[in-house]
Design a binder for this molecule. Sequence first.
Ligand SMILES: [Zn+2]
Length: 255
Amino acid sequence: MPAEADERPGGADVAGSGGAEAAALRRDVAAACRILAAKGLVSGILGHVSARWGEGMLLRCRGPRERGLMASVPEDVRQLSLGGDAVDDVEGWAVPNEHPIHGELYRARPEVGAVVHAHPRSALLCGLARLRPVACFGAFDIPAMRLALGGVPVYPRAVLISRAELARDMVVAMAGRPACILYGHGITVVGATVAQATVTAVALDRLLGVTVELAQLGAHPARVPDADLAELPDLGPAFNEGLAWQALLAELGEA
Ligand SMILES: [Zn+2]
């Protein structure tokens, strides 16, 4: 677990308000941003992660010493209302234009505890080429296969989702699923926790990457038969979130 906040004089107080629980969430959100950058789901400053916090949210904002998502620190994660207004001191930090993606998902879906918005190339290509992922593999990658099996909806507009009205349309297009493709733009992924949303976003990128490669090969594999799907275990949250999240942190050298 990264500990940037605790290494500074004043500990969690430097990172912002909310006590130890908020400080831990800020560390998770910052780590999620670094993971997305390391895995190529975001580049530069494009993309953001949030966690639900009280009546509002903790959202990765752009800081006074901004060096991109790869260099995210807990201090970059600021406390906002669901409407995107500052709750703690955000002087020096810029709230992302697309904050309504986060606020409107928390308003509409009580089960959502974290939101990832990223711009992976795999999602761009799938959207533009009108490719829809098929659950054509099984044990190779069960979390990615389950995303395909349940369907990955597409929000059809290539706009910057900078208004609540647009974000509400995206929430409708998402239809209660954990992830959706934003046509000509990127992805939005939700989870109960920052770990779950991040692990799901990385699985979605793998699924969409395979989908693009299959199209390049001219291959159209069939869906895995029900009899084979029935043999695949539900690995459960301990595996899907806990171990996979620890492995992603380890790849950053932070486990
Ligand atoms: Zn975006």
